[in-house]
Write a protein that binds this ligand. Sequence first.
Ligand code: ZN
Length: 275
Amino acid sequence: MTSTDDIPYLDGLEFAARMRSRLANKLARDFPLKTHNISLSKPLLTICFDDAPMNALSVAAPLLEAFGAHATYYIASSLIGTETQYGAMLDARGLEELHRRGHELGMHTHDHLLLPLVSRAQVRRQFEQNLAVLNKIIPDLPVENFAFPYGQAAFQHRGLVAELSRSARVVHNDFMRGHMDVQHLSCVELGEQRMAWPELDKALERAAKASGWIILMTHDVGAEPSPYGATPQRLRQVLETASRLGFGFANVRQALDMCGVPPFQRANPATRTEF
Ligand SMILES: [Zn+2]
């Protein structure tokens, strides 16, 4: 789920809280924490699925794999095996299958919380719980990348998020080239109801010309997707266009490696100090 404007279960969010969240997100964007210089020999495309619904595996994964691509699935662990507005969500078997097929599993908090509005201790607990659930399903699973629920970064927690993840992704219609903030990776929404094709096509062309890294994100993939999902036709159109434009395909972990971002070292919980 993406912006805070049109999310059904954030309908009750007060105006002041919404503004606070937006401000925290804007400050995080305006004051980068960890910038990294990227220089790629060819453009890179990453596809992500947030939350994530079952058809992001059953429908989308075969399409990606036909192009030799692997995605990053950002999992909010309290949603595993549940029914949501997207339909059936991935269960433990689905997550195992994704891992077996070479896709990456990333963090998205346990309860899909809007981070700008929660405490530092809650942020840490949400990361720990998210990781514990994923590691219970797949022991020793390397989980290092994170996507902010609703695409909203939290300026006040960015040091902590940087300690708990190798990268953090927001939703901000842009792509990465030159200096990028690893803790504020931009992404563009893939679905038809989020962006018209000519605009998305132009974004791909601009990223190709700049040898940049573009991340596209969606949720469900099906013939009749939710407003936050995409059709298989749109996904195929993106993959075909990217191939024609000379993009390489990589999930977030692979793309960070290709951009020369240092490997992630998770801090030992025994040595940390919480304030
Ligand atoms: Zn989400």
